[in-house]
Design a protein around this ligand. Sequence first.
Ligand code: 13P
Length: 287
Amino acid sequence: MLVSAKEMLNKAKAGKYAVGQFNINNLEWTKAILLTAQEQNSPVILGVSEGAGKYMCGFKTVADMVKAMIDELGITVPVALHLDHGSYEGAKKCIEAGFSSIMFDGSHYPIEENIAKTRELVGVCEELGLSIEAEVGAIGGEEDGVIGGGEVADPGECKMIADLGVTMLAAGIGNIHGKYPANWAGLRFDTLDAIQQLTGTMPLVLHGGTGIPADMIKKAISLGVSKINVNTECQLAFAAATREYIEAGKDLEGKGFDPRKLLAPGVEAIKATVKEKMELFGSVNKA
Ligand code: 13P
């Protein structure tokens, strides 16, 4: 069932668990995540970056594929199709293409411009019943060639953006996309706590879920994080399983070169990663 992320995240915030956003790259990724969500009876958010949207031949192709897959696979758990780190133009395109949720990432704009653009998109989403995520304080690391410095958000600015009526709010708290460096200082729980105190029941979003230790994830959830984004970890699991298959020479045995066989271990690895995250985030049986 394709739905906005609003109800699932409000329920998660109230119930002190988090819903995973897993980024998709192709048909195999999408199928693996949808099937795992159904098996675990968990709500799920499919994240699509602008780069991944382009790779998959445009947002309309993605939206149509996801809707058809939900139908064909008989997926009954709540699924949100969400634009990840969208530009203003990208957000408009996804709304048109049939996404049920968007993120407008105006964190690189001065706060006044972030507020003005977020406000306009909140209006559009409200009218159409879509959920909208905004961001304050750029998340560090590299995503689609955009490199952020790992800022720590200003809680007062978070409150200003939350008050615009966004559905969920991403705030930089020392988290970064991709693998964490060995000397990473960890999440800034003091900032997260201050943000939650000011934003109350607003579901908070933790980006850069790959490689954050389980105890930090649990503490973040206890301080109001209700959506956690995971991308790189599924990519690493897929690549490792595919490498193992090929290095074992299995593509050279019989019809092992058939893409349906060659990509199968990678799909299973994504499924195992998503299951593990759903268990850690506490979203199993919360559909
Ligand atoms: P990771 O790639 O570090 O898991 O981050 C994902 C993310 O935050 C997508 O917005």
